[in-house]
Design a protein around this ligand. Structure first.
Ligand SMILES: [Ca+2]
Ligand SMILES: [Ca+2]
Length: 298
């Protein structure tokens, strides 16, 4: 309930924003926007406090849909609306893990991404372009290392949008597409550079689950998702309870999967009058504590 209280507070700040911008006909657009930004930063501080409270009451050993943090909250405010969404990043695959700390290809992740690209009908050569973009060395591992308009990064990616700079990643691959009447999601809804590399089987999408192991086919991924809807997995061995999941599968995915999440993006959409603001936070959970890694305002 604390979140509601905080959101009402946020609402009262937003109301101030509205009255400031309505009364300040002498201020030009720039000044009123600056005032709004200040107010929005105040909302951001309140929102982070609310998020900390939510996670104080959450069991960090298991995370699944239906827990308080996973529910979108929309609060009407005077002349607008605030919507808060929290997305765990361990539901996604992290492309940075394709390259290990010794700058070599991580074969486990390579196989996971090969399966993902096969499922999405993306040419495997693009996978090697991603590897060469990320790895520190400047010799090709089968992909493109040399770009004409800008240098390859040769470091881990910081934002998903960066993927668009990599050779071969076009709009369709990034945003998704419809093929033969079937929707194929884009990389932007399957990957995250903020995940700790251990996919949460309680929150991962069907595509990500299928990528985890050669023996998780479409039917088995559906069975996993159907099972967790009623009963979240408390540990990886619980996957045994799903018809078709073998001990071998659990053993193979044990180093790349888990039942909990560590990193969360908090998304706040703030609508005031005809203006839209977006606040993004990345937070990392350590036990009962939440550490803010960064925030961005759009
Ligand atoms: Ca939890
Ligand atoms: Ca490289």
């Amino acid at each position: 309930m604390l979140l509601i209280v905080v959101l009402i507070l946020i609402g009262s700040i937003a109301a101030t924003v509205t009255s400031v911008s309505e009364d300040s006909y002498l201020l030009d657009e720039y000044t009123s926007r600056t005032v709004e930004y200040e107010q929005i930063y105040m909302m951001a501080d309140l929102a982070i406090e609310a998020v900390k409270e939510i996670f104080k009451n959450d069991d960090p050993k298991v995370d699944y849909y239906g827990e308080y943090w996973s529910q979108n909250i929309t609060v009407p405010i005077e002349n607008g609306m605030v919507t808060v969404t929290i997305v765990d990043q361990e539901r996604f695959l992290n492309p940075n893990y394709l390259v290990d700390s010794r700058d070599r290809i991580n074969s486990k992740y390579l196989n996971i991404f090969k399966r993902l690209f096969f499922l999405l009908n993306i040419n495997e050569s693009i996978l090697y372009n991603i590897i060469d973009w990320i790895d520190k060395n400047q010799f090709s591992n089968g992909g493109v290392e040399v770009y004409t308009d800008y240098p390859a990064k040769n470091r881990k990616i910081d934002t998903l949008e960066e993927l668009r700079l990599i050779n071969g990643i076009d709009n369709q691959i990034f945003n998704g597409t419809v093929e033969n009447g079937e929707f194929k999601p884009g990389l932007k809804s399957l990957l995250s550079p903020y995940s700790n590399g251990k996919v949460n089987v309680n929150t991962a999408s069907k595509w990500v689950l299928m990528s985890l192991d050669q023996d998780i086919d479409s039917a088995l991924a559906d069975a996993i998702i159907a099972y967790r809807k009623n009963k979240p997995f408390k540990n990886l061995n619980d996957l045994n309870l799903v018809d078709g999941v073998t001990g071998d599968i659990i053993h193979r995915i044990s180093t790349v999967a888990d039942v909990k999440s560590k990193n969360f993006i908090i998304n706040m959409d703030i609508k005031i009058g005809d203006r839209d603001y977006k606040l993004l936070f990345l937070v990392e959970r350590n036990g009962k504590n939440i550490n803010e890694k960064w925030r961005k305002i759009y």
